[in-house]
Design a protein around this ligand. Structure first.
Ligand code: NAD
Length: 468
């Protein structure tokens, strides 16, 4: 039983409709949840990888059976179109569950080390990988299914228990994750979902977990790192981005224009890896920008639960205001709005939070729109003359999550990719690589520290022990 009487209300940002109420877990409630997980975890760790994998695969089956209902829930809590909920959240999570259910044993098998001259003295060494114990996962609202479920599944496969604190904007989706895992056969107390706002998240940092995996803004990430430093609790930080897209003169312009539109406007631009800045070579800029504006004009915006909607609502008034502020700042400093530029009127979408997909030209690096994370459906485009200029500008940022290069010369693309300061660089692709469970995900500079996904991500959830 939790002690609190306070609750938060989950709202559909496309309509303003109330979806449900959940309690705000207080600090004692959170401590109690951590304690219950700590008691349940050793028995789970004693199971084989195969047995743990079976539970994950059963939960996966339940998700498949209930995919429409889950997609509806995600769409209603975030405002994103149902096809986006399925393709960008549920399907990648299904893939991840299968991957780690099958591969964790191989990745975490104990390793014999060749000791060179010490071998001659008859010594042997092994590295064994032990779970941390209790992992605290704090997640954002923009991918309320795929981000937390990925972390939870990886932590479980490594033998940990988890306390999950979902975003206050998407608590029902967070609770659904706990629900499907439980019905898949997970031991009762092993995963606890503690709903609440920042105060619940802050309580989790202080509640004595063995590691915190945080996904969210740079500001909150820094605050968490400071608090965690007091007890030297390790933290994995997956933070924001200001991801550049470089379109070279030898690129496939139709593919690049479509990539820019999808990369900037999918999820209403509210992805950490959204295209937030576009640098296009001056020789092709006019054609490219015209095509981007034309494609943007063809997008249908509306309630994500309705048919054939391309771009949904924004998740919160707070986020919408940031987008408005960035666009106003850019325009008052000389930027031109080529399409969009404003929120949709109440009469167009009653009760909904919508910002029209927007393309800006005439931008520069003094503007917020080119420096700070906008996290909305805005694509500012700048032109460059030389490749070196584009690389310099792309790197001129405190962020470093993802970046992309567009060119038909793949050798050139790879060469430039390695010069870009980002955790992931794609050549002729944008945005989607968080969906790949096999490859590491994470940022450099203020976009975060540590990696999730892939073998490197799994190793973040275990303690290597040397047995000599
Ligand atoms: P946020 O930092 O406001 O909140 C994230 C989570 O932290 C929420 O659950 C919130 O309740 C909790 N929180 C707030 N204050 C806290 C505190 N003091 N201590 C502990 N927890 C606290 O971020 P948001 O607005 O929910 O999400 C958007 C941000 O997330 C963007 O910056 C985006 O780029 C980033 N993001 C990053 C990735 C990635 O993989 N790098 C993925 C998705 C989103």
């Amino acid at each position: 039983m939790i002690s609190t009487q306070e609750s938060i209300v989950s709202i559909n940002p496309a309509t303003g409709e109330e979806l449900g109420r959940v309690p705000i877990y207080s600090a004692p409630d959170v401590s109690d949840a951590v304690h219950r997980v700590r008691v349940a975890q050793p028995a789970w760790n004693n199971l084989s990888f195969r047995e743990r994998g079976k539970v994950i695969m059963r939960a996966r089956r339940i998700i498949l059976d209930e995919i429409d209902e889950i997609a509806q829930l995600i769409s209603r809590e975030t405002g994103k179109p149902i096809p986006e909920a399925i393709s960008m959240e549920i399907t990648p999570a299904l893939d991840l569950m299968q991957y780690f259910a099958r591969q964790a044993a191989k990745f975490l098998k104990s390793q014999k080390i060749n000791l060179g001259m010490f071998k001659l003295l008859g010594r042997t060494s092994r590295i064994v990988y032990k779970p941390y114990g209790v992992i605290g996962i704090i997640s954002p609202w923009n991918f309320p299914w795929s981000v937390p479920i990925g972390g939870v599944v990886m932590a479980l496969m490594a033998g940990n228990g988890v306390v999950l604190k979902p975003s206050e904007l998407t608590p029902l989706t967070g609770l659904k994750i706990g629900d499907v895992l439980l019905r898949g056969g997970l031991p009762h107390d092993l995963v606890q979902v503690v709903t609440g706002d920042g105060s619940t998240g802050a309580a989790l940092i202080e509640a004595g977990t063995d590691k915190i995996c945080f996904t969210g803004s740079v500001e909150t990430g820094k605050r968490i790192a400071q608090t965690a430093a007091r007890t030297l609790t390790p933290v994995l930080l997956e933070l924001g981005g200001k991801d550049p897209m470089i379109v070279l003169e030898d690129s496939n312009l139709e593919a690049a224009a479509r990539g820019a539109v999808w990369g900037a406007f999918a999820n209403s631009g509210q992805a950490c890896a959204s295209v937030e800045r576009c640098y296009v070579h001056e020789s092709i800029a006019e054609f490219f920008i015209n095509r981007v504006v034309e494609l943007t004009g063809g997008l249908k915006q509306g309630n994500g639960c309705e048919d054939s909607v391309d771009i949904g609502a924004m998740s919160s008034e707070r986020q919408l205001k940031i987008v408005e502020e960035h666009v106003q700042d850019a325009v008052s400093n000389g930027a031109r709005i080529l399409i969009g530029g404003t929120r949709l009127l109440e009469s167009a979408q009653p009760g909904g939070l919508f910002f029209a997909p927007t393309v800006l030209s005439g931008v520069n690096h003094t503007m917020k729109i080119m420096r700070e994370e906008t996290f909305g459906p805005v694509l500012p485009v700048m032109t460059f003359r030389h490749e070196s200029e584009a690389i310099e500008w792309a790197n001129k940022s405190t962020f470093g999550l993802t970046a992309s290069v567009w060119t038909c010369d793949l050798k050139r693309g790879r060469r430039i990719a390695e010069k870009l300061e980002a955790g992931t660089v794609t050549v002729n692709e944008v945005l989607y690589t968080h969906a790949i469970p096999q490859t590491p995900w994470g940022g450099v500079k203020q976009s975060g520290q540590g990696r999730t996904h892939g073998r490197l991500g799994l190793l973040e959830l275990v303690l290597p022990q040397h047995v000599h």
